[in-house]
Write a protein that binds this ligand. Sequence first.
Ligand code: 15L
Length: 268
Amino acid sequence: MKKILVTGAAGGIGTRMRQMLPSIYPDIRWSDIRKPDDLKAGEEFVAADLADLDQVEAAVKGCEAIVHFGGFSVEGSWETILAANIIGCRNMYEAAYRHGVKRVIFASSNHAVGFYKRTEKIGVDVTVRPDSRYGVSKAFGEAMGALYADKHGLRVTCLRIGNFGDAPIDVRRLSIWLKPEDLVQLVRIGLEHPDIHFEIFYGASDNAAAWWDNSNAHKFGYSPTGRAEDFRAQAEEAQKKLPADPVGDLLQGGTYPSDEYDADKRAR
Ligand code: 15L
């Protein structure tokens, strides 16, 4: 693998990936809207505002693959989501196409399907049910990935990431936790597997309480090592400190679907 561009270098996932990916991929160019405070000497960095196509093209030029962790990573105003995640995501795919990038890994999110009930088990072929403007932008990024794969031959892997971190931090996260090492595994499949055309995988570890059927990732060799159940006691303890959420507690997306929720108050 020649040079890889990784966007979102200053974010939570990007910061962790800066510690983990270079031993596997020695030639990485990191990008974000501004330089991470902890950028190390020798780390190649190009600042780029995702909403500016020229800046994105300058970051992409010379790279064979893109791992796109960049953009706004939680719910935000429409203007924020539009610039960073809709226009920004289009710019990333378009720059990839223009500069002959072969593979893209798109960090999608569980919030593309956050309105499914916790009692449902869903695969990657369900209709998207976004729970927020943020979730809509992730569904958009997946659709753009399909378009650029089918029409222009990019190899695209979308990772519907659950909750990334060292341990599941509450009861909801016992179902959607993603251990950093398991994310690295998924990124490697997207960058290296010869049969990738357009694929969606759930970014989740080996969670016994999972709401997702991740057999598509397993088909490509994914073998997660994180087991959320090992942390159940501490997650249940943390949950006791959280307020009850009559809407969000029933839905996979948690507070994202319940935030601004008023479907029950509107006359039909
Ligand atoms: C996400 O997509 C967010 O980026 C992250 O901050 C968490 O909110 C996560 O989902 C989650 O659902 O826990």
